[in-house]
Design a protein around this ligand. Structure first.
Ligand code: 5GP
Ligand code: ZN
Length: 112
């Protein structure tokens, strides 16, 4: 369920190097190559899903798993705890949503 032409599928497969934050059977997380914040990593499903626009109820468990991991990984990466600290979770969707890489990903950004 990978797209051979997809940048993030190549990263998940290890064909393009990345700085890994976390990996399990369904999710891969890695540092963004051009961070917008002191802490900035991306969380992606290993399944090639182009964007949030393709998400259906069948993906509910995967989305729940991925989003439930985000707070844990954010703290592990150095984001300070809520409410003084915190982070942003952003998913750009489509051209007018600012999406450049068409493999669903969640930006997790934080730090002072
Ligand atoms: P989008 O604009 O699609 O929401 O975000 C794509 C993100 O992927 C950008 O923040 C960009 O810096 C990041 N990115 C693009 N190419 C690479 C790469 O080869 N490696 C890593 N680690 N991040 C990348
Ligand atoms: Zn992909």
């Amino acid at each position: 369920m990978q797209d051979p032409n997809c940048l993030f599928c190549k990263i998940i497969a290890g064909k393009i190097p990345s700085k890994k934050v976390y990996e399990d059977e369904h999710v891969y997380a890695f540092h963004d190559i051009a961070p917008w914040a002191p802490i900035h990593f991306l969380m992606v499903p290993k399944l090639h899903i182009p964007s949030m626009a393709q998400i259906t109820p069948e993906n509910s468990a995967l989305m729940g798993h991925l989003l439930a991991l985000a707070p844990k990984l954010a703290l592990e990466q150095g984001c300070r705890p809520y409410p003084e600290g915190g982070y942003r979770i952003v998913t750009n969707t489509g051209a007018e949503g600012g999406q450049e890489v068409h493999h669903l990903h969640f930006h997790v950004m934080g730090g002072p």
